[in-house]
Design a protein around this ligand. Sequence first.
Ligand code: R5P
Length: 294
Amino acid sequence: MADLDGNQENKQFYTDIPQTTGAFHIKGSNSLDWGMKNRLARIFNPDSGKTVMLAFDHGYFQGPTTGLERVDITILPLIPYADTLMLTRGILRSVIPPSSTQSIVLRASGGPSILKELSNEDIAVDIEDSVRLNASAMAVQVFIGGDYEQQSVINMTQLVDMGTRYGIPTLAVTAVGKDMVRDAKYFRLATRMCAELGAHYIKTYYVEDGFDTVTSCCPVPIVIAGGKKRPEPEALQMAYNAIQQGAAGVDMGRNIFQAESPTAMIQAVRAVVHANETPDKAFDLYTTLINQTA
Ligand code: R5P
């Protein structure tokens, strides 16, 4: 028989070397199953433990946001610099090349537009479609203190249950209504609730006072949204502060795709997130990259 020919008899069992069992690199995720961990590892870089998520799902409630009118023209050039793409399945299927190897975080809640009460969301993606699209996580908006607080929390717990059946993590996005206070006390409440109810990681906003207490008492990773467009040095400073105070990355949209040079900005953000670069040095990189292409 061919496969017995040439078999070597000197097998090596390495009986003197115990098999290593390393700790998983993502906060609070050690007890998850292999598929969940593998998907999270596609989001959070195993070397730095951090992620640069490029968020461009804004159209799901506000239509063609400034900078996203033509995703094929403005966003595709940024993809090589992102660890993860956060987007809707509509844009994924219609615009993103299936040859892209970046991980996908799929917007999985929706319903109301900016013309209505935004907290009145429902789950908007079937779990089978998330599997079909090879999603590394599903994102759901949670409106703590909002008109439809309970419904949005149940959306999240249902996604956690569905995702757990298939090994797909859930990202809880803490949404803040227009009239709500954005402070550390509020974000400690919102992020901790999401984690206690099963979210695998949480997106929230950076706050100047006490952000380290938000990350400290949340048992799973926190990434920050960028929020409204700021001058580039300020956005880099915010990302730096968040990382130094325990954030595991950014899920940034407008401060990247509305920057004067989105390609340079995402590289500067990467330097802050993955290499702990200071905001000044990251801004130097930003201007250098712009000058190189001028
Ligand atoms: C908003 O709900 C969207 O989900 C965005 O993904 C999120 O706000 C992050 O984008 P930005 O950095 O523009 O705030």
